[in-house]
Design a protein around this ligand. Structure first.
Ligand code: BMA
Length: 333
């Protein structure tokens, strides 16, 4: 039995695995949990992040508006299923005026770290880069410097320092829809200056794992376990009809998390349901948050569906680790 190292979440949203189901990740029976109408002007609500907060949960949601602007909005929930999302976008304060103007913001991640909640997101600054802010109350968000030069997406912080350094995964990109993408790790002493960049893993071109042949990017913040950091990530295939986004899983070394111990050759979840296959961008399952209960090993994954609505899926630390070891791409690399 693998062990999650972290806090208990006794009110974690949960459904048992359906009888006879053999895949490692199963969907909430009432998906999607958030539809297009997440707030007053939303066209779509997806690729969003949540954490336990006070007696319930808080989150930062990507709501594309009806003019199709991309921005982030705070939300609260008692049960992790029913969400109340603000109509006004994040109250971000304190940024250097040169980086403060909002071109666009999307695809947030959140971690609790040293008594605060840190949010990272894809931040428009002469192209996409990684924005960083912290909050204590989900009302005021204190913006720090952008972590990297453009162009970059999917900045994902680790929930604690490793070897005395803050660590962030990301996926360097281009200004457009980026027909490439590998996962890198960067380190910082102060959450402002980032360096010691290390390659973590890249795409795989071959029949053994074609779903991740165009790009791979980090998803939710890595989950600490006694066997390594459990990283749920997205992998992309280019088809004659565009990109298809699926989910994979990797186990990274606890002390040197740029070293990959195991990584799935088969995906763990893919667009199969109608709300994942049809929407503003078809065939996208895009994970941005995972709640992990240290007491039971249960994991709830929040993911964007077809760039339109938000879904929830369940697994356990044992399911994910044993699947990742059984379908291990590292063995053939
Ligand atoms: C990626 C990101 C995501 C989006 C995905 C599919 O490059 O921009 O926000 O979900 O494309 O459109």
């Amino acid at each position: 039995m693998a062990k999650i190292i972290g806090s208990a979440i006794p009110n974690l949203p949960w459904e048992d695995k359906p009888q006879g189901y053999t895949d490692p990740v199963w969907r909430y029976s009432k998906n999607p949990i958030i539809g297009r109408n997440g707030n007053k002007r939303s066209n779509s609500v997806f690729n969003s992040a949540v954490v336990p907060f006070e007696d319930g949960f808080a989150g930062v949601f990507r709501c594309d508006s009806r003019s199709i602007s991309m921005d982030l909005f705070a939300g609260r929930s008692d049960d992790g299923l029913n969400w109340k999302i603000e109509d006004d976008s994040l109250n971000l304060v304190g940024a250097d005026p040169e980086i403060a103007p909002n071109q666009y913001r999307y695809d947030a991640r959140i971690i609790p770290l040293e008594g605060k909640y840190y949010v990272t997101w894809c931040n428009g600054y002469h192209g996409p880069t990684i924005g960083v802010a912290w909050t204590e109350d989900f009302k005021t968000f204190h913006q720090l410097e952008n972590a990297f030069l453009p162009y970059n997406r999917n900045g994902v912080l680790f929930p604690r320092k490793v070897g005395g350094m803050y660590m962030m995964l990301s996926r360097p990109s281009d200004t457009g829809h980026t027909p490439f993408g590998d996962i890198y790790l960067s380190q910082s002493k102060d959450l402002e200056f980032w360096g010691r960049h290390r390659f973590v893993f890249g795409t795989y071109r071959g029949n053994e794992s074609a779903w991740q042949s165009t790009k791979v990017g980090p998803g939710p913040a890595p989950i600490e376990t006694d066997e390594g950091w459990l990283l749920i990530y997205h992998g992309v295939l280019t088809t004659c009809n565009g990109f298809v986004y699926r989910m994979g899983c990797a186990l990274l070394d606890l002390d040197e998390p740029w070293k990959v111990l195991h990584r799935t050759s088969d995906y763990i979840l893919a667009p199969w349901e109608l709300y994942e296959c049809v929407g503003d961008v078809p065939n996208v399952t895009f994970p941005c948050a995972a709640l992990a209960d240290a007491d039971t090993g249960r994991i709830a994954i929040y993911y964007g569906c077809a760039d339109t609505v938000t879904g929830l899926a369940f697994t356990t630390v044992d399911e994910l680790i044993s699947f990742t070891k059984e379908h291990d791409l590292q063995k053939i690399l």
